[in-house]
Design a protein around this ligand. Structure first.
Ligand code: ZN
Ligand code: ZN
Length: 412
């Protein structure tokens, strides 16, 4: 792609993130988390935010190498607590309803070789410290958006045979295409895409299935009970202040939550999962009454087992999401090694915290949520189980069986 064109599409992408992702309102603040090497892109987002009337843009920089150094060389007890200012930063942003733009781009194996116990303890301490923040996030009390831009290490992992600069440029092109940033009317195209997702949401909500049954040759054979009062969501969602925002750009999924104790069978991942700086391949879960009773992986099984043991809810499920095998990201044929993209190319589940997609949720207490079968956890990790032969059957409350997915795609 010509350099000028790429630069103009990057500005358009920043506009999409601020205007549709966050839908930043006049006078609000915006927090941006961003890898340091992508500062140039953060500046494009900040410029767009100020143009939209942002009160103040606040930055939290990330760096894989510095994170890795900390895990290798910092004193051991720092992994058992979180700096108060970090917790305060997150809580203040969430409580005041400011925007949170998370530019997520990680070297998939950035923490390989690090003491796994340090990762486990850091995850638990940050999970506890950010409990309030996470709850407000899951309830859409503030507008947030996760997106990605290529870093050198990530691009090299996706396109190992290319020169670093070419790999990064190629990854830019793939990201822009996946986000429908093509030089047309980006915001209108995004809105049209979001409305398209709403059609499947409406069908799924219309059936109000009691259960879903999944099967494919990769080994997934599972039944998922859906909680009473659940609903499906997808595309734009409503923030507490009534504005609409898009929590993920790109997004191709419609999703809901399973009943906490209502999942039974085997789940076999069809794509590797990048989690905590490790690439976990060949995940298989045996599930009984909602709980993962056996977890296996071909690589970094220890990281996977730590992940489902950060707390009690981590070994239960919080999300079931439907993504057609023929979705544009899937059709690109690229393994992005980044959950934001890979989950939007594949049907997926998440273990851990559930989105409270239950009718009447605004006024419910945690006890009432639990009684409905909503899972609580400090973690929420998506993993991909979609395939070209995936069959999903919906079972209504009257026992009628309706095909939902046939050969990896929506049946309707
Ligand atoms: Zn999802
Ligand atoms: Zn998820």
């Amino acid at each position: 792609m010509e350099k000028d064109r790429l630069e103009s599409l990057k500005r358009e992408y920043a506009r999409l993130l601020i205007r549709s992702g966050i839908n930043l309102q006049q006078g609000k603040r915006l927090a941006i988390t961003c890898p340091v090497e992508c500062a140039e892109f953060a500046r494009l987002c900040a410029a767009e935010a100020y143009d939209a009337g942002c009160r103040e843009v606040l930055l939290r920089w990330r760096d894989d190498e510095l994170t890795r150094m900390k895990y290798l060389y910092a004193e051991d007890d720092v992994f058992d607590s979180v700096n108060l200012w970090e917790k305060d930063f997150c809580d203040i942003i969430a409580e005041e309803g400011a925007g949170w733009l998370s530019i997520y781009a990680e070297d998939p194996e950035s923490l390989k070789g690090v003491d796994p116990d340090r990762i486990r303890r850091a995850q638990i301490s940050s999970g506890k410290a950010l409990e309030k923040f996470r709850e407000l996030e899951m309830r859409s009390e503030f507008p947030w958006c996760v997106c990605s831009v290529p870093t050198e290490a990530w691009a090299a992992a996706v396109f190992p045979d290319m020169e670093p600069e070419a790999a990064q440029e190629r990854l830019w092109e793939e990201i822009l295409a996946a986000c429908r940033v093509t030089g047309g009317d980006t915001l209108a195209e995004w809105k049209a895409h979001s409305d398209e997702l709403q059609k499947h949401v409406a069908i799924m909500n219309g059936y109000n299935f009691a259960r879903l049954r999944y099967r494919n040759d990769a080994g997934t054979d599972v039944t998922v009970e859906l909680p009473e009062g659940h609903y499906w969501a997808g595309g734009e969602e409503k923030c507490a202040d009534g504005t609409m925002f898009s929590a993920n750009i790109p997004t191709e999924e419609v999703f809901t939550l399973p009943k906490r104790d209502g999942v039974n069978g085997t789940l076999a991942a069809t794509k590797p999962l990048c989690h905590n700086g490790h690439l976990i391949e060949g995940i298989r879960f045996e599930v009984k009454e909602g709980r993962i009773i056996e977890a296996h992986a071909d690589t970094h099984e220890d990281v996977l087992i730590d992940a489902i043991n950060v707390d009690e809810g981590a070994s239960y499920f919080g999300e079931v999401a439907l993504v057609p095998y023929d979705s544009p990201i899937s059709r690109s044929g690229i393994l992005f090694l980044n959950t934001l993209f890979d989950e939007n190319a594949s049907c997926h589940f998440a273990f851990g915290e559930a989105y409270p997609l239950i009718r009447g949720a605004e006024n419910m207490t945690e006890e009432e949520f639990r009684a409905k079968g909503v899972n609580f956890s400090m973690t929420h990790v998506d993993f991909m189980i979609g395939s070209a032969d995936l069959e999903i059957t919906g079972i209504t409350h009257d026992g009628e069986e309706i095909p939902v997915f046939v050969n990896g795609n929506f049946a309707f």
